[in-house]
Design a protein around this ligand. Structure first.
Ligand code: FES
Length: 100
């Protein structure tokens, strides 16, 4: 279930990305945070408990919105613009893989 619902600016060009292996469509100019949260309920797992995180400050200060690409690059979702072909991982963060 999506955490965010787009209510405006729906006419921007589509951008194809993947979230956890699922093909989705973002819009040009979206941050990764918007692109991801308009499709799923969280950006990543908490490193402190079993909870899921969706970002907090929306201005690149709190570091609550880290996501990973399938290639292993860590990105701050609130300050990274979506780009065609991005493959984003919201499950299986490095600390989760270390614990399994
Ligand atoms: S939401 Fe705070 S750094 Fe991205």
């Amino acid at each position: 279930m999506a955490r965010l619902h787009r209510i405006g600016e729906t006419g921007r060009p589509p951008v194809a990305i993947e979230i956890d292996g699922v093909a989705v469509t973002a819009l040009a100019g979206d941050t990764l945070q918007v692109a991801i949260l308009t499709h799923v309920d969280a950006l990543r797992a908490s490193e402190f408990d079993a909870g899921r995180r969706a970002g907090f400050c929306l201005m690149a200060a709190c570091q609550d919105c880290w996501v990973w690409t399938a290639e292993g690059e860590r990105l701050r979702a609130c300050s990274t613009e979506v780009a065609p072909g991005m493959r984003i991982i919201t499950r299986g963060s490095p600390w989760q893989l270390e614990q399994s």
